[in-house]
Ligand binder design. Structure first.
Ligand code: FE2
Length: 378
């Protein structure tokens, strides 16, 4: 991937993105979801908006861990649009918010190129200054909200108050969002690849077809989109025909539309992070067979000498490992974090590698298929 910089030069600069600002989930019970993400994932109580702060129709808890801000929102009335989202999709990612210098320009540039508006630029103020936010629709009912916060010094957004708690489990070492993956319908991957290219100025820097991503039973295709500075990476998956049902198709059946499949969060020490998360009740996909770990020297090739982690520990925890020409990476996937087999998390530690663990796809998908078989959806 030495041509990465050259590929990124192809990205357009009409939409400079500074990073992921926050991810908002619409959930049935934000109070309980906050407890789960604090206890199991090590997020910290950070900010709050709800009845006590003058908001009458919904409640939002903002949780934080290093650079990651997770917003958990629940409606307070039956006729709320948020409720319709929850009825259709279950607990789900609604908003991938992107931090920008100029949210008005971001809205104008993207809608001019064909984005469907979610809401026009709006200035929100409180005693700590003002923010400008605007929003556009992406795949399914998912939206991107552009957040301009250069004139704001409050804790999160106007209307939110700092939130402290008596209950503060420690962090587990999650640092930032590495990538967020969208699942789209049959034959829709290229539509959305084109959308991210034309509307957002992204580039397609990696592609995997169903010949690369398949097991004995199922298949999928994936293209990785990135913005120009490489801070925002959105792989887009679509199902492919196999002997049995693709995991992407299972997702689409239960989510009832396109949507966010997984949030990948980075750690510097995956062994400590995953050990703690397992102790706190997070369920991960089962480990591949012993032969997978015996093959690690061949899998890592020239990077094997750089491996700092103990293979037996990786095997015990079920952590996967892959390499590309720039280095290696360690990764593991949780089981779905709600009852519908939809959203899950990935924990990733990059040791130079810039890829997405293509060498692990087969082992990973066989593990997912073991879960699908238990659900009767393979
Ligand atoms: Fe991933």
């Amino acid at each position: 991937m030495e041509n990465l910089e050259k590929i990124f030069e192809g990205a357009q600069d009409f939409l400079p993105l500074l990073g992921t600002d926050y991810v908002e989930l619409y959930v049935g019970n934000a109070k309980q979801a906050a407890h789960y993400y604090k206890t199991a994932f090590g997020f910290q109580s950070y900010a709050y908006a709800g009845l006590e702060t003058g908001v009458s129709d919904k409640v939002s808890y903002v949780l934080k861990q290093d650079k990651i801000r997770l917003v958990l929102t629940t409606p307070l009335t039956s006729d709320s649009a948020i409720n319709h989202h929850i009825v259709k999709h279950g607990d789900a990612v609604k908003v991938i918010a992107l931090w920008v210098e100029d949210a008005t320009k971001a809205f104008e540039e993207t809608t001019k190129r064909g984005a469907k508006p979610y809401f026009e630029p709006i200035i929100e103020k409180d005693a700590y200054g003002e923010t400008v936010r605007s929003g556009i629709h992406t795949y399914g009912e998912t939206v991107h909200i552009f957040v301009e916060r250069k004139n704001y010094h409050g804790i999160f957004l106007p209307g939110f108050q700092a939130h402290t708690s008596e209950y503060n489990p420690t962090e587990v070492g999650l640092k930032y969002i590495d990538h967020m993956v969208g699942n789209v319908g049959w034959n829709e991957m290229n539509t959305w690849v084109k959308w991210y290219e034309e509307v957002m100025g992204f580039v397609n820097f990696l592609s995997f077809d169903d010949k690369q991503i398949h097991t004995e039973y199922s298949a999928l295709m994936s293209k990785v989109m990135s913005n120009g500075n490489g801070r925002i990476k959105f792989p887009i998956n679509e199902p492919a025909k196999g002997k049995k049902k693709s995991q992407i198709e299972e997702y689409l059946d239960f989510y009832e539309s396109a949507g966010v499949q997984h949030i990948a969060v980075a750690t510097d020490d995956i062994i400590t992070t995953v050990t703690q998360m397992q102790q706190r009740g997070v369920e991960f996909l089962s480990a591949p067979p012993a032969s997978y770990y015996q093959a690690i020297p061949q899998r890592l090739g020239k990077h094997f000498g750089l491996l700092k982690e103990d293979i037996q520990t990786l095997e015990k925890l079920g952590i996967l490992i892959d390499a590309d020409e720039d280095g290696y990476l360690l990764q593991i996937f949780t089981k779905p974090v709600q009852d519908r087999p939809t959203l899950f998390f990935e924990i990733i530690q990059r040791m130079g590698a810039k890829g997405f663990g293509a060498g692990n796809f087969k082992a990973l998908f066989e593990s997912i298929e073991r879960e699908q078989a238990k659900r009767g959806t393979l």
